[in-house]
Design a binder for this molecule. Structure first.
Ligand SMILES: [Mg+2]
Length: 214
């Protein structure tokens, strides 16, 4: 069970917007959760654009991460799709609004790839965090796009052949995010869901500057 991708098929490789200052991408990815990281989360889900409340500092944090040379890959569990509460189109409206609001705030705050898991928790889907399926797929989409190669099949599941992640990292507000990051083999940063990514941005950038690897 593969994840879904915002407004695209997984294998569609559309060119990414350039990194700030025409930086060359060095192979590193910031895997970011959505709810509680970029926008205010809710136990009852974000059910419509009206309920979307982008966190202060989120756009600037995304831009700063890209300015440090990272591609951004959103990895978000969205079980209401699988529960039948609403459909992919409704979720796409919310994701599009999120991207628009971030870019209005900061022209460098592009979300290069937005992946979501539509599956219910009891599906045990590999695409659902704490499993690392979305990160595995995100890595391959970004690599293929950057290298201008097509994707016929994803390397996916327990037999995934790990790629070089360098200083790639995962930011999330829940245990499942930390598990997904660790299972994928990247450093993890836990943020306060009331503050979001700006809660950890200084630590994230210190880490990426340090040249440390796992
Ligand atoms: Mg979250």
């Amino acid at each position: 069970m593969l994840p879904s991708r915002h407004l695209s098929r997984l294998t569609d490789l559309t060119e990414f917007p350039p990194l700030p200052n025409n930086l060359t991408w060095g192979g590193e990815i910031a895997y970011l959760d959505r709810d509680g990281v970029l926008n205010v989360g809710s136990e009852n889900y974000i059910n419509s654009v009206d309920e979307l409340d982008v966190l202060p500092g989120a756009a600037s944090a995304v831009a700063r991460i890209r300015n440090a040379g990272f591609r951004i890959c959103i990895v978000t569990n969205q079980s209401p799709v699988g529960r039948g509460l609403w459909d992919h189109e409704r979720l796409a409206e919310v994701n599009s609004a999120l991207q628009r609001i971030l870019l209005e705030d900061n022209a460098d705050a592009h979300l290069d790839v937005i992946l979501y898991s539509p599956y219910v928790p009891w599906s045990n889907a590999w695409a659902r965090k704490g499993n690392p399926g979305m990160l595995q797929v995100g890595r391959q989409i970004i690599d293929a796009t950057e290298m201008d190669k097509s994707i016929s099949e994803f390397d996916y599941g327990v037999d995934y052949n790990p790629r070089e992640e360098g200083n790639s990292f995962m930011v999330g507000d829940r245990i499942a995010d930390m598990k997904a990051g660790l299972n994928h083999g990247v450093r993890t940063f836990h943020c306060d869901q009331r503050i979001g990514v700006s809660d950890v941005i200084e630590r994230v950038l210190d880490f990426s500057d340090s040249g440390d690897t796992l």
